[in-house]
Design a protein around this ligand. Structure first.
Ligand code: KG4
Ligand code: ZN
Length: 373
């Protein structure tokens, strides 16, 4: 089954065509990063406008790539899939509208898909012509999923493929947001995750030698929430994180060390330790919570997806955590870590939140949770 997917939940306009839930035949992504850079974060109004301007061109690009690869055109696509949540309402609307129109015009079924669930499908994607080196998702259940992106930090129990139960999450900022806000404070630009990752690498140089000793890292808070707080909403505190204290600790450290005024300068020489310490706090708590979650039951895989899973230090720490638990870790190729539509088209083969008339009648769901319909 060949599915065309559309994704516009945040600041990437994307379309892709995927066969049988894994083989990517075409993948087009227009990233709006440059448009949002001057503001240090995603501006919803700018994002939705850019989606409107770009969506047709991006779909055409995916169809062109598909035609070059298979010789077939849009008429050979069996269904249309689209992200209907979570995300920015005004951005989601653009993709959902385009997908409805396309499905109606082609007289094909429409499937509505959850963006976070789709991130957890990314390790199963492979490019057409390659041999997949990851088994089929159904064969490695139950699995623990970790979605880490600019908008989400969520641990998800997957008893069988297509079933999702949130067992842990951040109580405030997402990990990517924590990176982005820190980078803004440090004057490193947007998006902050890649910048902090890059600068922090200098502190771990040579890469095999993580600096040791009391001065290796600035002791930032570890982001472990106390049990009993209402924000946990019934979740186990040992499986949740909080990054707002970490962000404030960085601000206090910077103010105390370099001054709080507008003419403050942070010497370049101090940046690698600052970035590495901050990154270490985030990667450390994500690995720690993952280790706790892996004890819940005898999982057969740890599946990690989302833009923050590009982080080198996080990848290393999660790999150690999974190895210690005796569980294989599945990570996506770098090009499928950030937002893309291949994950939407692919997941739709296995899991459809809304189909039939319900899909055509669907509205966007900005706060949709994994496992919701
Ligand atoms: O999954 P994604 O593309 O979009 C959302 O669904 O949010 O994730 C974007 C986030 C941004 O916050 C960005 O700073 C972060 O992923 N990110 C990284 C790295 N690359 C992207 N964070 C840490 N290290 C990286 N190398
Ligand atoms: Zn995402």
């Amino acid at each position: 089954m060949t599915i065309l997917g559309i994704e516009t939940s945040c600041d990437e306009t994307a379309a892709a065509i995927v066969r049988d839930g894994r083989e990517v035949l075409a993948n087009a992504v227009y990233t709006q990063i440059k448009l949002h850079q001057p503001y240090g974060g995603v501006v919803p109004e700018i994002a939705s406008r850019a989606h409107v301007e770009k969506i047709s061109g991006v779909i055409c690009e995916a169809v062109r790539e598909f035609r070059e690869r298979t010789g077939g055109g849009l008429e050979t696509v069996d269904a249309v899939a689209v992200t209907y949540g979570p995300g920015l309402a005004s951005s989601l609307l653009v993709g959902l509208g385009a997908a409805k129109g396309l499905a109606l015009a082609l007289d094909r079924p429409l499937f509505c898909i959850n963006h976070i669930e789709a991130h957890l499908h990314t390790p199963f994607l492979y490019d057409s012509g390659e041999t997949p080196d990851v088994p089929d998702p159904g064969s490695i259940m139950p699995a623990l999923g970790l979605a880490v992106s600019g908008g989400h930090t969520t641990w998800i129990d997957m008893p069988s493929y297509g079933m999702y139960d949130v067992v842990g999450q951040t109580l405030d900022d997402a990990a990517g947001e924590a990176f982005d806000k820190a980078a803004k404070l440090l004057g490193l630009g947007y998006p902050g995750g890649p910048a902090i990752d890059r600068i922090a690498k200098k502190w771990y140089d040579p890469p095999a030698l993580v600096p040791q000793g009391p001065d290796a890292f600035i002791p930032f808070p570890k982001g472990r929430p106390r049990s009993g707080v209402s924000a946990l909403a019934g979740l186990d505190a040992n499986l949740c994180t909080s990054f707002s204290g970490l962000k404030t600790a960085l601000l206090h450290h910077v103010n105390a060390t370099y001054g709080a005024g507008p003419d403050r300068t942070i010497p370049d020489a101090d940046m690698p330790r600052l970035a590495a310490s901050y990154q270490e706090a985030i990667a450390g708590v994500l690995a720690d919570r993952t280790a706790n979650a892996l004890k819940r039951r005898s999982y057969r895989a740890l599946i990690v997806g989302g833009g923050v899973s590009l982080n080198g230090r996080l990848r290393a720490k999660l790999a150690e955590t999974a190895a210690a638990a005796g569980v294989p870790i599945l990570l996506a190729k770098p090009k499928y870590c950030g937002d893309n539509a291949a994950m939407i088209a692919a997941l739709a083969f296995f899991r459809r939140n809304l189909t039939g008339d319900a899909a055509f009648a669907a509205d966007v769901q900005p706060t949709l949770r994994p496992g919701d319909l």
